[in-house]
Write a protein that binds this ligand. Structure first.
Ligand code: NAD
Length: 495
């Protein structure tokens, strides 16, 4: 049970300056430069992290390569890797509250969400891949009698993982879990504004007995450390979650370096489609409000476009607004808060800018729209509902990544699907209807990686998450994630 006094006991603990972790060593960056970490709770300096350089990134890649080549991890029996990873998951779980509070002070997610979706999900994910790796078999091909055709799975080598700030542990674990279980070595590059909890779990990996050099962490600017990893001639696989703009650069960098495999999980503009035959419109409104406004809308799959059937438009928007207004926005370390802080000031200004643009393009601010609690020094914004949004408006086409919901009415199924598919994104969607046939038709019609039916959010590690169109090109989660980290090697043997 979440307990306020336990959270309060941790909320002001000093956070020691963090270093890079390369080859099991805690080291300053090459230049000794650091980056100030500002807490979105109050805008105050929380600690510093090392500002890694290109040479630091190269050094980490070299350490990962050495670890891979000498087999200290890659050649361990899968069951042995499993044992160490399960120990790692146990150590993370034992520090759940400490890690969650540290992460919240760094990135602003509400504490209840941080415990479940950050630490809890990271623990589950690491256990899932650890448990799976000694159950994956190769294949014997159906060849002619004189041939034995074997298909082996082998780790690929050095993986670079670049992750964003919205759910650093959860998304980090989606990459680290399968990459490490498969026997690869990793260089992890966290986001500048959310690295502390990832650095801590990397320390715990060493404590669990995962050998030095297998998991290296290089903090620093994306355009320095991230770019160095993307251009490295010795990284075999790049896995990335973040914005489309950076994703595009990574593909270019891959093409002009060693053509490393490059898997992208990018943004979304996910339609949440409510039909007038939904079985419980109150429940639909409540879940839809959570589906856009939790974690201040900084959720890649957030249902940021509400498409609502004309016949129930006014009634449904009023109901959703009621739930949005009831959400408590503020101090993310208050256990009664339902939506915490926006991660950084630039993002907050961008969110507010979208509200202005939406109005300029003819939308109406139905509720919210403003920065709040500015006196705290933190970055908070009201849950914002904009009605009268046309499908081609900026707020319906561009990812805000903030607590801003764009509402567009539709007439029928055909129009709903056409509007749903009218952006460059295809990450997630929601459909609310009591008609089973309509639900299945919409699942087929909407181009996205996931379609929620009569709910929004919540798919766990057992199912894949991956976008279509400009939302990405690979899958995190589920056993399919191994496909990014295991090579298929054929042995063709004449008998
Ligand atoms: P971002 O693209 O700005 O940064 C992501 C990471 O890339 C950070 O670690 C950053 O330092 C690094 N980076 C920045 N510039 C780089 C460069 N030139 N070369 C290499 N690396 C670089 O994204 P963000 O603002 O941290 O996160 C928000 C974005 O992430 C949103 O678009 C959101 O939709 C997306 N996201 C997607 C998913 C998904 O599963 N599809 C999940 C969460 C977030």
């Amino acid at each position: 049970m979440l307990n306020q006094s336990k959270v309060d006991a941790l909320r002001n603990l000093p956070v020691t300056p963090r270093t890079l972790i390369i080859d099991g060593e805690f080291c300053a960056s090459e230049t000794g430069e650091t980056h100030e970490v500002l807490s979105p709770i109050n805008g105050q300096v929380l600690t510093t992290t090392a500002a890694g350089t290109k040479n630091d990134a190269d050094r980490a890649v070299a350490a990962a390569r050495a670890a891979f080549e000498d087999g200290r991890w890659s050649c361990l029996a899968p069951a042995a890797r499993k044992k160490l990873m399960l120990r790692w998951a146990d150590l993370i779980e034992a520090e759940t509250l400490e890690l969650a509070v540290l992460g919240v002070r760094d990135n602003g997610t509400e504490i209840a969400m941080a415990i479940k979706a950050e630490v809890g999900s990271a623990v589950n994910t690491i256990r899932y891949y650890a448990e799976a790796i000694d159950k994956i078999y190769g294949q014997v091909a159906p060849t002619s009698e004189d041939i034995l055709g074997l298909v082996h799975h082998e780790p690929i080598g050095v993986v670079a993982a670049i992750v964003p700030w919205n759910f650093p542990l959860m998304i980090g674990a989606w990459k680290l879990g399968p990459a490490l279980a498969a026997g690869n070595s990793v260089v992890l590059k966290p986001a500048e504004t959310a690295s502390l909890s990832l650095l801590r779990i990397a320390e715990l990996a060493l404590e669990a007995g995962i050998p030095p050099g297998v998991l290296n962490v290089v903090t620093g600017a994306g355009r320095v450390v991230g770019e160095a990893l993307a251009l490295s001639m010795d990284v075999d696989v790049m896995v990335f979650t973040g914005s489309g703009g950076v994703g595009r650069r990574l593909l270019e960098s891959s093409a002009c370096s060693n053509m490393k495999r490059c898997y992208l999980e990018l943004g979304g503009k996910s339609p949440n489609i409510v039909f007038d035959d939904a079985r419980d419109l109150t429940e639909a409104a409540k879940v839809s409000a959570g589906g856009i406004f939790r974690n201040s809308g900084q959720v890649c799959v957030a249902g940021s476009r509400l498409l609502v059937q004309k016949s129930i438009h006014d009634e449904f928007v009023a109901e959703l607004a009621k739930h949005a207004a009831a959400m408590k926005v503020g101090d993310p370390l208050d256990i009664t808060t339902s939506s915490g802080a926006v991660n950084n000031l630039t993002q907050l200004e961008q969110d507010l800018g979208f509200v202005e643009t939406a109005q300029a393009e003819g939308g109406t601010v139905y509720q919210g729209g403003k920065r709040i609690l500015e006196e705290t020094g933190g970055y908070y914004m009201e849950p914002t509902i904009i009605t009268g949004v046309k499908p081609q408006d900026s707020v319906a086409q561009k990812e805000v990544f903030g607590p801003v919901l764009a509402v567009t009415p539709f007439e029928d199924e055909t129009e709903a699907a056409a509007i749903a598919n009218s952006t460059v994104y295809g990450l997630a969607a929601g459909v609310w209807t009591a008609d089973l046939g309509r639900a299945h038709r919409m699942v087929r019609a909407v181009r996205s990686g996931v379609v929620h039916v009569n709910t929004y959010g919540g798919p766990d590690v057992t199912v894949p998450l991956g976008g279509v169109k400009q939302s990405g090109n690979g899958h995190d989660k589920s056993l399919h994630a191994f496909e990014k980290f295991l090579n298929l090697k054929t042995a063709w043997i004449k008998l």
